[in-house]
Design a protein around this ligand. Sequence first.
Ligand SMILES: C[S@@+](CC[C@H](N)C(=O)[O-])C[C@H]1O[C@@H](n2cnc3c(N)ncnc32)[C@H](O)[C@@H]1O
Length: 207
Amino acid sequence: MFGKLYTKHVCPHIINFAMQNKVISKQREKIIPSARGRVLEIGIGSGLNFSLYDKSKINDVFAVEPDNILLEKAKKRALENNIDLNIEKISAEMLPYENEFFDTVISTYTMCSISDLNSALKEIRRVLKKDGIFLFSEHGKSPDDNIYKWQKRLNPIQGALFGGCQLDVDIQTTLNISKFEFHNIESMYVPGPKFLSYHYWGTALKK
Ligand SMILES: C[S@@+](CC[C@H](N)C(=O)[O-])C[C@H]1O[C@@H](n2cnc3c(N)ncnc32)[C@H](O)[C@@H]1O
């Protein structure tokens, strides 16, 4: 009962607050200005990437977000940034768009929260144009065995507090298995607790 109330009414506000962290904002700056053409953000949250778009390169912005509170915040932030946002209250595992519809798909800190990530990546691949780009910045699996063990131990707590977020997603391997290759990918610890701060970011392309 308390868990459900927390997830529905408190967690979205905590996510909105936590995602405005300076380190995360720096990560966003590394990838978001590359977005171009018709853009889709998956799990857009409260729309914290909008201010970093290079609007001269962008035609349309679409987004999916399953959480009501975050969706409303994203709509408000879109207005503040003069963005005409087409947003759907759905999950990324089944996208309502035709094949090869987008020039850019963006995932920032969403892959850790998607319950069926393989299905979502299959959908992202389907809706991305042949020469489209998948921009991502995510925290994930640490290369250090000891930290990785802690990530697995802490997963249940992290998941309960932050909307199902898992600490140990191997972003690079998962993208590879899902038939993406990398135009560029970087990974390292950014400032913060080690179990949470191993980051992967870059641009993936359809193989
Ligand atoms: C940590 S937040 C990141 C939000 C945003 N992308 C950002 O960078 O601030 C994770 C987001 O994933 C969303 N989410 C959870 N499950 C999802 C799913 N199956 N499909 C799409 N989004 C999902 C959550 O509602 C939340 O907005």
